[in-house]
Design a protein around this ligand. Structure first.
Ligand code: HEM
Length: 141
């Protein structure tokens, strides 16, 4: 993840977050279309869940240049995901839905460089989540 990629991701997210609810709806609509099997895992109000996801991504995006600082929080999020029933294989489909949402939201502002930047970020995040789900280390509150 280069400084230029971090810059691109921050800029893109600034654009997406201005239409946060729309992006959240788009993400979950896509997720339940491409992976209907995960729908039963979402037990609570999906609009509220979408807001939580958007808030978490916002937080992560603001900390991209110092990810090590938020690693304990990512681990904690990952441990909660174990309880929600998220599986390793689900991370790829969630990544695909995230990219789809961003691409749709950005429309003709989207390009290959932006896509590569988001893929780089998501790879780091998904790897940390999967490692966090696996790890038996103490759960950070
Ligand atoms: C890096 C990727 C992900 C991020 C940033 C993320 C973020 C979040 C956040 C912020 C919440 C709110 C609850 C909490 O903070 O504990 C949540 C809940 C949840 N997530 Fe994720 N998530 C990710 C990946 C996934 C994946 C791969 C799955 C698999 C299907 C998943 C399924 C769920 C479920 C089932 C809930 C609980 C929903 C409910 O209470 O109804 N998430 N996620």
């Amino acid at each position: 993840m280069s400084p230029q990629q971090i810059k691109l991701v921050k800029e893109t997210w600034g654009f997406i977050i201005a239409k946060s609810d729309k992006a959240g709806d788009l993400f979950y609509t896509r997720l339940f279309e491409v992976a209907p099997g995960v729908k039963p895992l979402f037990k609570n109000d999906i609009r509220l869940q979408a807001r939580k996801l958007m808030a978490m991504v916002t937080y992560i995006v603001t900390k991209l240049d110092k990810l090590d600082v938020i690693l304990p929080e990512i681990k904690s999020l990952a441990q909660r995901h174990k309880k929600y029933g998220a599986m390793k294989d689900h991370y790829a489909v969630v990544g695909e839905c995230l990219i789809h949402t961003l691409k749709t939201g950005m429309d003709d502002r989207w390009n290959a460089e932006i896509e590569a930047a988001w893929i780089a970020v998501y790879k780091v995040l998904a790897a940390a989540m999967i490692e966090g789900q696996d790890s038996s280390t103490r759960q950070v509150a």
